[in-house]
Design a protein around this ligand. Sequence first.
Ligand code: DGL
Length: 272
Amino acid sequence: MSTHHPSAAIGVFDSGIGGLTVAREIASRFPHEDLLYLGDTARLPYGTKSPETVVRYAHKCVEFLAQQPIKAIVVACNSASAAAVPDLRRSFDVPVLGVIGPGARAAARATQNRRIGVIGTRGTVRSRSYDERLAEISSELQVFSNPAPLLVNLAEEGWVEGEVPQRVVETYLEPLLAESIDTLVLGCTHYPLFKPLIARWFATLERRIALVDSAVALTDELEARLAEDDLLRRDHNGRTLQFYATDDPTRFRDVGRAFFGHELDDVRLVDI
Ligand code: DGL
């Protein structure tokens, strides 16, 4: 039985703006829940940093969120989920959900030939977190990973369609396709923005490749977890969506719109 209250908010943190793809999924699935989002834009990117540094940053973020009335913390950032979730679970008494476990479980359900591709930041790929979660599910699953760091910058530039992103996506994915994967995990907050381009390209290849968006997989598990703890809110109108950034809220608001799919009305600067 949880000691948290259903009226508390869902806390989400990310290294910056990308986690808004996860917040978007949560906000649309739970229209009655308040959301508190922290983007650590001052310390971004996490995906190039050592696990020790990412753990330290993640602690700061969760300490900030845990001071507010929250009932769960979602680590939207794949790089932070890979490096810090076990540590955060030990250190804080609020339920902490990362994106790696749900993404791995969704990939294991989706694959038919047991060959799964994963793209993510260098940090996520180096951590082998997806490989480990998948190996726990079944020793028959084979995982092929490739870091796809340029997609982060392209997404933040709003460059998600056209010749250049197409070429970059193909360069990163061709080695995985050569391994006959039938499932691809989009293991970074920014990659769902390339879903239409990737799906169109895959449709021209004569094979079916399932795309796993960790944001969707995480939201499914968050829903199950909140229901189990009796923490879902079903009838609260006028919910609040509060955003915090550790650097320049104006840029957060401008770039974040495309990730969140709506205007971000209330973005505040915080120093953590
Ligand atoms: N949010 C990060 C992730 O999902 C991408 C950006 C970064 O490297 O901080 O891995």
